[in-house]
Design a binder for this molecule. Structure first.
Ligand SMILES: [Zn+2]
Length: 222
């Protein structure tokens, strides 16, 4: 409807005015349609996004803050392109993973931890760079998902865990336009220079990728 469109245009106009100089500098001007501009507004360098305490990026996730020593504040995807999801296995229980990620001495943490029953805890915002891959460039471009369990115990990777993690990954791919393939959804073991082996030989990649594709198709239809 025309009226709705122009109403949205006016709102965007006001926001564009607030950041007018920066928007002009990156050339997001008149060629960009209204909906695109409303998304791009957040991607203008130098615009720090407001953060709401306890807010999560993934629907249904519970927020537990990781120690700020285990991640670095950023403004992704404005400052770093997010084009990768990295799959981990904790080599411990869900509770121990959540606990060590709150410990400033640990020096590492991931954005998400997935439990055997499919529960998802988010500990670092997707805006921020989590120290999970042991590789600075890969940390800056990725979202890290930990799965509770041990690489040598395939029974730890439950149906509920695969399904919840696949939904989570499909949502991340949709948010940042990440292709759903094994070039962009990788295991920690595939990060250059790593000595980690997770998620290990028992992680069923064929099944996982099939579930991610199915979840992505559902998201696209919704
Ligand atoms: Zn790992």
């Amino acid at each position: 409807m025309e009226q709705t469109k122009s109403g949205r245009g006016r709102r965007i106009g006001r926001r564009a005015l607030i950041i007018g100089g920066a928007a002009a500098a990156v050339g997001t001007g008149a060629a960009v349609a209204g909906d695109d501009l409303s998304r791009l507004w957040w991607q203008v360098p130098g615009v720090d996004r407001p953060r709401v305490a306890g807010a999560v990026d993934a629907t249904g996730a519970r927020w537990v803050a990781a120690s700020s020593a285990n991640w670095r504040r950023a403004d992704r995807p404005a400052d770093y392109t997010i084009d990768m999801v990295i799959v981990h296995v904790t080599q411990g229980s869900f509770d121990s993973a959540v606990k060590v990620f709150q410990d400033p001495e640990h020096g590492a943490a991931s954005h998400y931890v997935v439990r055997a029953d499919g529960h998802v805890t988010q500990m670092i915002r997707e805006l921020d760079v989590a120290y999970h891959a042991g590789n600075r460039a890969y940390n800056e471009r990725s979202i890290g998902i930990e799965h509770a369990g041990f690489v040598d115990r395939p029974q730890d990777f439950t149906d509920a865990m695969y399904a919840a993690s696949a939904r989570l990954t499909a949502g991340i791919c949709a948010r940042y336009g990440i292709p759903v393939d094994r070039e962009h959804i990788i295991g920690h073991v595939e990060v250059p220079g790593t000595d980690h082996t997770d998620p290990g030989e028992h992680w069923d990649w064929d099944r996982y990728m099939r579930l991610v594709r199915q979840a992505a198709a559902r998201t696209a239809r919704a």
